[in-house]
Design a protein around this ligand. Structure first.
Ligand SMILES: [Zn+2]
Length: 166
């Protein structure tokens, strides 16, 4: 899924109680992409590093630097996410609820990436199982996602309006 949708889904799923929690969940929602492709785009904006050509759709994955592939595997692994969240849970004796936006990102990515460009390595490093899904840029995913986001945020807005009695 696109990075903004990940943030919006993470925020509404795990950060509804207050604005601080919302933006924390939003941050965990975008983190897997921000810490992989985000670094590549930041580098490109700053004018250094390889510049893969995205103008004609997704480029050949072999033109993406190896360290981005490595970061993508780490940030898009349910195994790594579960381990990190488990450690935080143990350390704070409380489930870090907002962090669940991270595995949600991975679960959303699994069916919305095709095999041709960065299928989700969700079991890395234990297994190299990847799903050949429908890319999120496909209208079949893009428009239903926009509609569902609008529905979810509309319902949340209505609910808040009602519970506040205004
Ligand atoms: Zn992603």
């Amino acid at each position: 899924m696109d990075i903004l949708s990940h943030g919006l889904w993470g925020g509404i799923a795990f950060g509804r109680s207050n604005p601080k929690k919302y933006w924390s969940a939003f941050a965990f929602g975008i983190a897997p992409d921000a810490l992989s492709f985000g670094l590549l785009f930041t580098q490109n904006i700053l004018g250094f590093g390889v510049r893969p050509n995205f103008s004609g759709g997704p480029p050949d994955p072999s033109t993406i630097p190896a360290y981005i592939h490595a970061l993508y595997s780490i940030t898009h692994s349910l195994v790594i996410a579960a381990a990190v969240i488990g450690i935080m849970w143990f350390a704070h004796k409380k489930l870090p609820f907002v962090m669940l936006a991270w595995p949600l990102h991975i679960l959303v990515d699994i069916p919305t990436h095709g095999a041709a460009f960065f299928p989700t390595p969700f079991l890395w490093p234990l297994a190299d199982l990847r799903v050949n899904g429908i890319p999120w840029s496909d209208p079949l995913i893009w428009f239903p996602n926009l509609g569902l986001l609008a529905l979810a945020y509309g319902a949340w807005w209505l609910h808040r309006k009602r519970t506040r009695g205004t």
